[in-house]
Write a protein that binds this ligand. Structure first.
Ligand SMILES: NC(=O)c1ccc[n+]([C@@H]2O[C@H](COP(=O)([O-])OP(=O)(O)OC[C@H]3O[C@@H](n4cnc5c(N)ncnc54)[C@H](O)[C@@H]3O)[C@@H](O)[C@H]2O)c1
Length: 339
């Protein structure tokens, strides 16, 4: 491994951008050199990253001398900016790490992929729940074929997002910047579904807005989506952000020829049921707790693995954990669910 540290910049210094900045700072092979946000520096709580230069716009950063040294830009701004900012970075010869979702349309995701190929730079998608021990374990069990044919898969995403989350000044709930609950809250779980059992077809969705009228510009807060699995089984997603007061669960239940599994908890962090023919469940390492947003819990705090993967790919040709094409697939599945 080359001894030179990989220089990173982070755009969007909110909850998740600061996690990226922290995880880059903690990685011995990485160096955080720039932070970018439209808010004033003093309003962002980024004092601890004193070695990083601050810029008020991506354009200013890209025009700076410092930009020439930066190899990777982590895009952690609101969803609606991901594609345009990633494109600008790629066009300026940076690799990009893009927070979920890759974009809010297939068209934009495709532009990001096409541009990355043209400039020969890598797009890393952030789907850090893949690193949780129950997810890795379940993926291994499914890929081993032990379960035989998969008959049914049920993904339940029942979270609370109310006026404590949808504040007027926030991008949350904004039609153009948020895009919808399947993009903002549940794309991690749709990614896990795709990673585990592949593509879906014959999608039928029913969606409702139960209690977010006037609170968000989004059409739905809840829905039931049914589909066929690519290998022939049936699947469904039930989702809601209308759950009273706090998150209920995010779970994946699999009914298969040789067994049944339920991975549950607030963010698919616990194996609740494992009944598989001739198989004993191994002990799993504990899952990292969900990212903490005060009244809210988000998905698993696994961002250090994301930065490790970027470093491994760029320095040692390690395999990339979540490819741009997989990020696009999740956007495409969500787009079809919303049709
Ligand atoms: N992987 C995960 O588990 C996870 C969890 C939460 C959020 N996210 C994603 O991370 C992204 C950020 O979410 P958050 O919770 O940190 O939001 P946030 O509101 O806390 O932070 C967003 C930051 O982006 C800044 N910003 C807005 N417009 C900008 C622009 N044009 N250029 C630069 N900066 C701009 C804002 O000023 C703010 O500081 C979203 O895409 C979200 O979906 C991922």
């Amino acid at each position: 491994m080359s001894q030179d540290k990989i220089k990173f910049a982070v755009i969007g210094c909110g909850h998740i951008g600061k996690r990226h900045a922290e995880m880059i700072s903690r990685n011995d092979a990485a160096e955080l050199v720039a932070l970018i946000d439209v808010k004033p520096k003093e309003a962002l709580g980024i004092e601890s990253f004193e070695g990083a230069q601050f810029f008020n716009s991506l354009e200013d950063f890209l025009a700076s001398d410092l930009s020439k040294e930066v190899e990777v830009v982590n895009v952690a701004s609101p969803n609606g900016f991901h594609a345009e900012q990633a494109l600008l970075c790629l066009e300026n010869n940076k690799h990009v790490v893009i927070e979920k979702p890759l974009s809010l349309s297939v068209e934009d995701a495709q532009k990001v992929i096409d541009t990355s190929k043209k400039v020969n730079k890598t797009v890393f998608c952030v789907m850090q729940n893949r690193y949780s021990p129950p997810s890795e374990w379940l993926k291994g069990v499914i890929d081993s074929g032990k379960l035989g044919k998969i008959f049914m898969v049920q993904l339940n995403c029942y979270w609370n997002r109310d006026d404590r989350y949808y504040k007027p000044e926030s991008w949350h709930g904004d039609a153009k910047l948020d895009g919808g609950t399947l993009f903002t809250q549940f794309s991690h779980f749709i990614d896990l579904l795709y990673w585990m059992v592949g593509d879906i077809s014959n999608i039928q969705s029913q969606m409702r807005n139960f209690n977010h009228e006037g609170l968000t510009q989004l059409k739905e807060d809840s829905g039931m989506v049914q589909f066929d699995l690519q290998e022939g089984g049936l699947g469904c997603i039930n989702f809601s952000t209308s759950v009273w007061n706090n998150n209920l669960e995010s779970s994946l239940t699999i009914i298969a020829e040789n067994g049944s599994i339920k991975v549950g908890g607030q963010y698919m962090d616990k194996v609740e049921v494992c009944n598989i023919k001739d198989y004993e469940m191994p002990e799993l390492a504990p899952t990292n707790p969900g990212n903490d947003y005060g009244a809210y819990k988000g998905s698993a705090a696994n961002h250090h693995y994301v930065i490790e993967n970027v470093v491994g790919v760029l320095k040692d040709n390690a395999p990339i954990t979540v490819k741009a094409e997989e990020g696009l697939k999740v956007v495409e599945m969500i787009e079809r669910m919303y049709l």
